[in-house]
Structure formats: structure tokens, C-alpha cells
Ligand binder design. Structure first.
Ligand code: GDP
Ligand code: MG
Length: 393
């Protein structure tokens, strides 16, 4: 039986990523998002992990996303309601906005202005959960630089982890990067939020805007990418990685199985994602020659240095020989320097999709994430030092 998955989009970035993600989901599941879109498949007896079927004669659309979009100000939510092509897919009760933004401040998001938005989001989540037969967990989307993406998201995580302790929490998180920061306090927001994240998330896919920007320039030949291009890249990664949870696939597992594999010990849940689009390359080339290069890593880290704890390889696309995929993953296992104490498996998933080009995504629990954390810690110390000096004067 298919287990359900609910998505939570928090803050401006989380909501904007959600727009791209649900557009791609709708295309893959053949679901209408506008009046002119045809409903291609999945009408009779449709059971999906991410869409709920609604039967009501007075509504135009019969699928709703199992998703809650929440922000402390109204900008991102108004845009989804009025201009987005997913507006019909998300139930209006699940588009939640507050009256006052969190001003890029974790504390305002967690303790003050974010409280109402958080309470409303918990209510919406409860309604979604009640309609599920076997909810597996939550897929989260947020940016740690923002006050809402850090403060409200972590408050909501604290509440939901208490209410639903057995459910998985997969975070798709944009970590601050120096080049694309919109405020100087992004590092503060990140450091304040990190404790809840490490304690309560099952797996966190770490991305940075800088790395995704480079990915767009280098591999999608977009000369001057904007945030929408970046969000499309992240949506494509997520669609590839969780295709095995949405469609029948070879070697599939549920969210729990993925957690056990990717985050074998508690607190050790930060995972580096990478992606390659098939285009003209063959699978073997994609797996063995390109996937480990820093330009394919969506956090910009070099997976050739340091040690790996575990890894997953997901392929969605036209038919391929699965033996070829398994063989290539074996050589990938040899290229990755697995820590001695780990079994060192590369889990492989293949989901058939009727498209011309396929996508390969790679998730690796890898020690090079430490350098990303060290950079943030260094920035935090520098700012904190300055702050102390100012107080002293
Ligand atoms: N990938 C991505 N990052 C974004 C987007 N919008 C803002 N950001 C980044 O998110 C951080 C600010 O978070 P934001 O979501 O705008 O603030 P919040 O609404 O208070 O959570 C900054 O580092 C921005 O560069 C977006 O649409 N996509
Ligand atoms: Mg905002």
C-alpha cells in the first residue's frame, strides 16, 4: 500500500520552491493545474502518496496537494493564490500568511510574529494527517537565511515532532551562502536553527544558492540564472530523489528505509545532494565520471575528499539496463572513500519515466559537509566578536 507524504513550504524561499516543485509533480502525475490542461491519467481509483482525491460536485478540481504553504508576510502566498499555476492544486486553507514579516530574524519567527502562522499551520497539518491512511512523513522546504525559514520552520518542527514522533522529517534546506545572502544575519538564523534541525530532522538535503546558481550556468546553459531557475533545479532534484516514493519503482523503499540508510546514527543526518541530467551521456559515464565532481554537487562541496558514510543513487527516465546501473554504482562505491566502520553501501533506485532525457540524483552522507558548517561557525564568531566589542565601547 502506498504511504502518504505531506509537504511543508515555509518562508518566501520555501513557498517559491514549492511553486516549481508542484508544477513538476503535476506534470509527472498528469494532473490538471489550469482549465486548459488535460487530465492525462490517474482518474479512476487514483491513489497517490502526494495528492489527495477530493470528490465534490461543487469544485472544479479533484486533486489537492498534501501540502501546507506558510509565511509570516503575505507576499509569497498572495502570489501563489493569484498568479501561480498551482493555485488550484493547493486547498485555500493550506495557504497561510501572517500580518507581519519576521524581518530576517530567527527570534521573531520562532517566538513572536511567527506564532499565529505556526499555530494555523499545525491545524492544517492535522487535517491533512486525519485524511491519511498511513502517513510516512513530511517533506520540508525552507531557507535557513530567512527569519521565517529558520524561526517558524524550527518552531513548527518542534511542535510536529512532538505530536507525530514516529513520522520522518526530510528537509530540503537552502543553507546561507556568502554570494547570495540577502541579509547579514543569515548566519545567526542558521546557527540558532541548527539545534532543532540536527535533533529532529531525519535527513537534511543541504543545498546552497551559490552552488545551484553555478549548476544552472554550467549544466543548463542559463547565462544569467535567477531564483526561479535555481528553484527549478532543486525541484528536479527532489522529483528524481522521491520518484521511488511516488511511483512503482525497482529497488524502492519508504521514507523510513531511506532514513535508516542515509542517516545511520542520530544527529548525523546532513546529506549532500548532486545531480546529472542524461542528455547524451550514458549511465556509466554519468555515475562514474561526473556525479562526484563539485560542479554537480548542489552544495558545491567536493565529494572526492573526505569520507562517506552512506549514499543513494536515484535514476528516473527512459528504460535502461538496471544491471548497468548496479554495475556503475559498484565502481562509484570504490571511488567514494567510505569510512571503515561503515558498511559502505550505495543504494540504487530506478523509476521508469516516459521522457526523452533522464536525471540521476545522488545523496551522500559525507564528511565534507563539515567544511560548510565550519564556514558558518567562523562567520558567526566574527559577527559575535564585533557585537561584543560594540557593547564594550
Ligand atoms: N533557492 C531560493 N532561495 C531564495 C528564494 N528567495 C529567497 N531565497 C534565499 O533565502 C534566504 C532568505 O530567506 P527567505 O525565504 O527569503 O526569508 P523568510 O521568508 O523570512 O524565510 C536568502 O539567502 C535568499 O537568497 C527562492 O525563491 N529560492
Ligand atoms: Mg518572507
Amino acid at each position: 500500500m502506498v504511504g502518504e507524504i505531506a509537504s511543508l513550504h515555509v518562508g518566501s524561499a520555501g513557498c517559491a520552491i514549492g511553486e516549481q516543485l508542484w508544477t513538476q509533480y503535476a506534470i509527472q502525475h498528469g494532473i490538471a493545474t489550469t482549465d486548459s490542461d488535460p487530465i492525462i491519467r490517474n482518474e479512476e481509483g487514483f491513489k497517490s502518496s502526494i495528492f489527495e482525491m477530493v470528490d465534490g460536485k461543487d469544485i472544479d478540481y479533484n486533486h489537492f496537494a498534501r501540502a501546507v504553504f506558510v509565511d509570516t508576510d503575505s507576499e509569497a502566498i498572495t502570489k501563489i493564490k493569484s498568479r501561480s499555476n498551482i493555485s488550484k492544486l493547493v486547498h485555500p486553507d493550506n495557504l497561510i500568511s501572517g500580518k507581519e514579516g519576521s524581518s530576517d530574524n530567527f527570534v521573531r519567527g520562532y517566538y513572536t510574529v511567527g506564532r499565529d502562522s505556526c499555530r494555523n499551520a499545525v491545524e492544517s497539518v492535522r487535517k491533512i494527517v486525519e485524511k491519511c491512511d498511513r502517513l510516512e512523513g513530511f517533506n520540508w522546504f525552507q531557507a535557513f537565511g530567512g527569519g521565517t525559514g529558520s524561526g517558524v520552520a524550527m518552531k513548527l518542527l518542534d511542535e510536529l515532532a512532538t505530536e507525530y514522533p514516529k513520522l520522518e522529517n526530510f528537509f530540503h534546506s537552502v543553507f546561507p551562502s556568502s554570494k547570495y545572502s540577502t541579509s547579514v544575519v543569515e548566519t545567526y538564523n542558521f546557527v540558532f536553527g541548527l539545534e532543532s534541525l540536527l535533533e529532529k530532522s531525519s535527513v537534511t538535503f543541504v543545498t546552497t544558492n551559490e552552488a545551484m546558481y553555478n549548476y544552472c550556468q554550467n549544466h543548463q546553459v542559463v547565462s544569467n540564472p535567477d531564483l526561479t531557475d535555481i528553484n527549478k533545479v532543486l525541484a528536479q532534484f527532489v522529483c528524481t530523489t522521491n520518484a521511488c516514493l511516488r511511483f512503482p519503482s525497482q529497488f524502492a523503499g519508504d521514507m523510513k528505509t531511506q532514513t535508516i540508510h542515509l542517516a545511520p546514527s542520530p544527529g548525523c543526518s546532513l546529506v549532500l545532494p548532486a545531480m546529472v541530467e542524461k542528455k547524451h551521456m550514458n549511465i556509466q559515464y554519468m555515475v562514474t565520471k561526473t556525479i562526484l565532481s563539485p560542479s554537480h554537487c548542489l552544495a558545491g562541496e567536493n565529494l572526492n575528499n573526505g569520507k562517506a558514510l552512506s549514499a543513494c543513487l536515484h535514476y528516473t527516465g527512459p528504460k535502461i539496463k538496471t544491471s548497468e546501473l548496479s554495475r556503475s554504482s559498484k565502481s562509484l562505491r570504490e571511488d567514494l572513500n567510505f569510512a571503515d566502520e561503515c558498511g559502505g553501501g550505495v543504494k540504487v533506485n530506478y523509476t521508469y519515466e516516459n521522457v526523452v532525457n533522464g536525471t540521476l540524483s545522488f545523496c551522500c552522507n559525507h564528511s565534507s559537509v563539515v567544511s560548510l558548517l565550519k564556514n558558518q561557525a567562523k562567520k558567526f564568531d566574527l559577527m559575535y566578536g564585533k557585537c561584543n566589542l560594540n557593547i564594550g565601547q
